[in-house]
Design a protein around this ligand. Structure first.
Ligand SMILES: [Zn+2]
Length: 367
């Protein structure tokens, strides 16, 4: 009889996940098998599992779970440079390797892109989800070695299970050229992306971090991360652009990282754009959907950039791991709430209450 494992599966959009006993996967020749120790839960998950959004769910029932970290348990026959026992984060980003974008070295633009254990971006993406049919709310998953971030001992599995949203923030900071001495604004600083962006910007050496958000309690926690470098503003308390200039010697910020979510008001983003320094870059990562009013002439004359960024590369994931190992990225500021696999629906309900970006809710599928 084949070996089995437990896996949380979505049987129908909007229904609770069910813990099913399924066949334990075997790695294909060029894949590895990972024993999952922790898998992150993020605010967007409830919306995706509702099945009502634009994204392509895999054929149901589907094993789900996005950000898995664990231990390499078995190697496919053709795998080299990975060892059984390696501690890893599995980047769930699936790129096809063969479309026009992948062939030109742009896997984050892949026209068949999908997230393992989550969804595909295009109808065409489903074939990739079928190649990697297990999500991180399972005792075991398979993955390709090029998607593994090696974890140093300083990074726990629970912290690594946050790498998806941390990496999204990290890639945005890199898109904006944030480095030592940068002054940046983070809109939506109290959420999962915003807290991650703050921790990473501190690690990259940004010297002025101006956070915008609603939740005053979490704003105070953000300020406390580095009181000399971080200032916070509760939305509605002062005109945003003026406030940004006030804290940057009148110049404005080098970069705006816009983490405002799908249901947020675009007006705050528009106001924050007014506080960009000449030559500044704004990067949207929060999936804001409301149309945004801008003055293109200002973008021309001040040479401004507004762009989007989605996810990050495995190489960027490795850089974050090295930053954490060196202590410049302080993941101990996150508070983990870990649940056994049987409590996955309770954990999804917990994240729906938006506990704030310092809370790291994870599932331990091995208990
Ligand atoms: Zn591709």
């Amino acid at each position: 009889m084949a070996a089995t494992m437990r896996s949380a599966r979505l049987h129908a959009g909007g229904e609770p996940l069910r813990i099913d006993t399924v066949e334990k996967p075997q790695p294909r020749p060029r894949d590895v098998l990972i024993a999952v120790k922790a898998c992150g839960i993020i605010p967007n998950m409830n919306a995706i599992f509702s099945g009502r959004l634009w994204n392509q769910l895999p054929p149901l029932p589907a094993s789900v779970g996005l950000d898995a970290a664990g231990v390499v348990a078995e190697l496919g026959s053709e795998v080299t440079d990975v060892a059984v026992g390696d501690r890893v984060y599995v980047n769930p980003w699936l790129d096809c390797g063969s479309c026009a974008y992948c062939r030109s070295g742009e896997p984050l633009l892949c026209s068949a892109a999908a997230f393992q254990g989550y969804f595909g971006f295009f109808p065409h993406s489903v074939r990739q989800l079928l190649d990697y049919p297990f999500g991180g709310f399972s005792e075991y998953i398979t993955a390709a070695p090029q998607r593994l971030v090696r974890l140093p001992p300083q990074v726990s599995f629970e912290q690594a299970a946050r790498f998806g949203y941390l990496g999204t923030s990290f890639a945005a900071l890199r898109c904006a050229g944030v480095s030592g001495g940068s002054a940046i604004a983070i809109n939506g600083v109290t959420g999962t992306l915003g807290v991650g962006a703050t921790l990473l910007a501190l690690g990259l050496g940004a010297t002025r971090i101006l956070g915008l958000g609603r939740n005053r309690k979490v704003l105070a926690q953000v300020k406390a991360l580095a009181p000399d470098r971080v200032e916070v503003l509760a939305l509605g308390e002062a005109p945003i652009a003026e406030w940004l200039r006030k804290h940057t010697n009148g110049l404005g910020v080098d970069a705006l990282i816009d983490c405002s979510g799908r249901a947020a008001a675009a007006a705050h983003t528009a106001d924050a754009l007014g506080g960009l320094k000449r030559g500044g870059v704004a990067v949207n990562i929060g999936a804001l959907t409301e149309p945004l009013s801008i003055e293109p002439i200002r973008f021309m004359t001040a040479r401004l950039t507004f762009r989007g960024s989605n996810w990050f590369t495995t190489g960027e994931g490795q850089l974050m791991a090295e930053m954490a190992a060196a202590g410049v990225l302080d993941l101990t500021r996150l508070t983990t709430r870990a649940h056994p696999l049987a409590e996955v629906n309770a954990a999804l309900a917990e994240v729906a209450k938006r506990p704030g970006g310092f809370t790291n809710i994870v599932i331990n599928p091995d208990r």
